[in-house]
Design a protein around this ligand. Structure first.
Ligand code: GLA
Length: 372
């Protein structure tokens, strides 16, 4: 089974758009290993849009851009595999990709064959220029092509949450599905995408995960989707913490050649990754509102995770009354909390937690129920 747990990796789009080439991809593969990201679980290295020539060859096959990838894609895939990573590529269900390169419409089976021959392990399948076929059919068709191609390829469907995708996407064989519009490196975007999926996470489970979009942590305004200075470190904590609580795929989007210690620490936080990769991937119970939100997530090993998310413009104290999840003051049960960011044991909490959370920041706790 592919995608037993939320897929983790890196994708070229958020920083590099069409400024991709062989050297960047190979250097990124080196960096993923050198920074310990592969060891932490980030195993897919995915090239997004803009990798091909603008025309197919005389046999109708896709061709890698000769200048960007002078040795061809198999060479790059082999290098990525030699580092112990898995290799991902991109296409689109329409006649063109979103950036105007050839799309797979009418070529699905040939393209799946091409991806299998290259040694692709992951295909992101986008949604531009595809209006001539019903969306569900278009995604089902590529699902069939991938099944027929002779290689296990993780199918990442990217229709931006349109056409009630959550109601059919598991059925067409996708292993993850984009449920949102494109993220940008702003807190407004992070909060909007996060909150938009609160009632949709129930449609996410082993085998096919709700993908809230790629990570912007560490972008700091750089790259294709950056604005100004980008987000604060607090905002990136909120972002990563929410994606982990939501069991969303974790696809890093920053330049790994210049990964900062701060960002690396966040992306490899062992408690947050354990929450994200929990084998049962249960959706949290959400309380409060979008500005002051609490998420309570059942974990498979006897604990829970509690997330507190401050979406407001000022520092807040956020309150979580345990009766909201069925624990009454008269019960002889309480939670022992461990702070996911510091690893600190915060002791036993009865009845409620009421803790400060800075503006645009998040706190996450492992919560072990204990009898008193
Ligand atoms: C769409 C997708 C993005 C990215 C671009 C590439 O906008 O949602 O994630 O793949 O296309 O053109």
């Amino acid at each position: 089974m592919l995608a037993k747990r939320p897929p983790m990796g890196w994708n070229s789009w958020n920083t590099f758009t069409d400024k991709i080439d062989e050297k960047l991809i190979m250097d990124t593969a080196d960096a993923m290993v050198a920074h310990g990201l592969l060891d932490a679980g980030y195993e897919y290295l995915v090239i997004d849009d803009c990798w091909s020539e603008k025309e197919r060859d005389e046999n109708g096959m896709l061709v890698a851009d000769h200048e960007k990838f002078p040795h061809g894609m198999k060479y790059v895939a082999d290098y990525v595999h030699s580092k112990g990573l898995k290799f991902g590529m991109y296409s689109c269900c329409g006649v063109l990709t979103c950036a105007g390169y050839p799309g797979s419409f009418g070529h699905e089976f040939d393209d799946a064959k091409y991806f299998a021959e290259v040694g692709v392990d992951f295909l992101k399948y986008d949604n531009c220029y595809g209006a001539s076929m019903e969306n569900k059919l278009a995604y089902s068709r590529m699902g069939l092509a991938l099944r027929a191609c002779g290689r296990d390829i993780l199918y990442s469907a990217c229709n931006w949450g349109t056409n009630n995708v959550h109601s059919w996407v598991r059925s067409v064989g996708a292993h993850m599905y984009r449920s949102t519009e494109d993220i940008t490196d702003t807190f407004h975007s992070i909060k909007k995408l996060a909150c938009s999926q609160k009632d949709k996470l129930v449609y996410s489970a082993p085998g096919c995960f709700n993908d809230i979009d790629m990570l912007v942590t560490g972008l700091k305004g750089q790259g294709n989707i950056g604005f100004g200075q980008g987000c604060t470190d607090a905002n990136y904590r909120y972002h990563f913490a929410y994606w982990c609580m939501a069991s969303s795929p974790l696809m890093i989007g920053c330049d790994l050649r210049t990964l900062t210690e701060e960002n690396k620490k966040l992306l490899t936080n062992p408690i947050l990754l354990r929450i994200n990769q929990d084998e049962e991937a249960r959706p949290p119970i959400f309380m409060g509102n979008d500005d002051s939100m609490v998420a309570f997530k059942y974990l498979s090993d006897g604990e829970y995770a509690i997330g507190m998310f401050n979406g407001w413009e000022k520092d807040l104290h956020i309150m979580f009354n345990f009766y909201e999840v069925g624990l009454m003051p008269s019960d002889n049960c309480a939670f022992q909390l461990t702070d996911a960011f510091t690893g600190e044991d915060l002791g036993i909490f009865r009845d409620f937690v009421h803790l400060p959370v800075a503006q645009g920041d998040a706190r996450v706790f492992l919560a072990k129920p204990v009898l008193l």
